[in-house]
Design a protein around this ligand. Sequence first.
Ligand SMILES: Nc1ncnc2c1ncn2[C@@H]1O[C@H](COP(=O)(O)OP(=O)(O)OP(=O)(O)O)[C@@H](O)[C@H]1O
Length: 268
Amino acid sequence: MNVLEVRGLSIRDDKKDEILVKNSSFQVKQGSCLAIAGESGSGKSLTCRALMKLNQSGLSEKGTVLYKGNDIAKFSKESLRKMRGREMYMIMQNGMTAFDPSTVIGVHLKQTAGEHYGWTAAETERNLHSALERVLLKNPGEVMNQYPHQLSGGMLQRTMIALALVLEPGLIIADEPTTALDAITQYEVMNELSLLRDRIGCTMIFVSHDLGLVRKVADELLIMKDGEIVERGETETVFMEHKQEYTKFLISARQVLSDNFMKIMEVR
Ligand SMILES: Nc1ncnc2c1ncn2[C@@H]1O[C@H](COP(=O)(O)OP(=O)(O)OP(=O)(O)O)[C@@H](O)[C@H]1O
C-alpha cells in the first residue's frame, strides 16, 4: 500500500513567474524509505514541504498529494495541524525555522508531545530526556532550557530527531537531517532513526546529498535536477544501471564525500 502518492506536483514562484518544481509524480510504499537526491536548488525541499502543506504563500502548487488515499488539499487547517507530528513529521534542514524563537526548546517539545500523547508531566519529561540522550545530547535538562538561537545547527537537528523518536510518527520526512553533524554523530543519529524504523515500521522520505548514506538506508531513489525528477527506481538499480549522465556525475562526485563516512561505518 502507498502511504503517499504524489500526482503531477508543480510549484511556482508567483512573483517571478517561475516554475520551481515541474510535474512531479511518485509514490511511497508503507514502511519503505524513499530518498530524494540532486544538486542544490533542484527542488527537494520544496517538494518535501508541499507534502505537508508547509510551503510559504507566494508559491502556488498544482497537482495532488494523497496521504493514505486522502487528498491533503481537502484537509482542514485543524486536521492538518493534528496530522503534523504523530502522523507526518518533518525534520527540517534548518532547525531555526522549526522552533518558536520566543520560548525555550523544552516548552516546544513538551507542548508537541502533550498534543499527541496523554502522558503525565513526569512521563513527558522522562521520555524527552531519554530521546535527547539517544541523539547524543548529553545534558538534556540544559538543552530544554535553551532558546533555539542558543543551540548550534547540529544541536537543533538532533533535537528535531529526538522529537521524532518520542512522537514515533507514521511518516518521517527528513530533509538533510544530519548535514550539520560530524561523521561520528551522523552515524549515531542515523542509527537511532534506523532503530526507530525497525521498531515502529515507519515510512521515510530521506533527502540527502550523501549518496553513500542514501545507498545504505533507502529502498528507492529519485534524482532531481532543475525541479524535475530525471531518474528513479530501486536504489541499487539507480546506482548500478542509471540512465542519466547527471546521475553518474552525482554518484561519482558524492562518492568522495561519503568515503570518510563509510570508513567509520566499517570500523564499527
Ligand atoms: N519560498 C521560496 N520562494 C521562492 N523561491 C524559492 C523558495 N524556496 C525555494 N525557492 C527556490 O526554489 C528552488 C528549489 O529550492 P529547494 O529549497 O527546494 O532546493 P533543494 O533541492 O532542497 O536545495 P538544497 O539541496 O540546497 O537544500 C531554488 O531555486 C530556490 O531558490
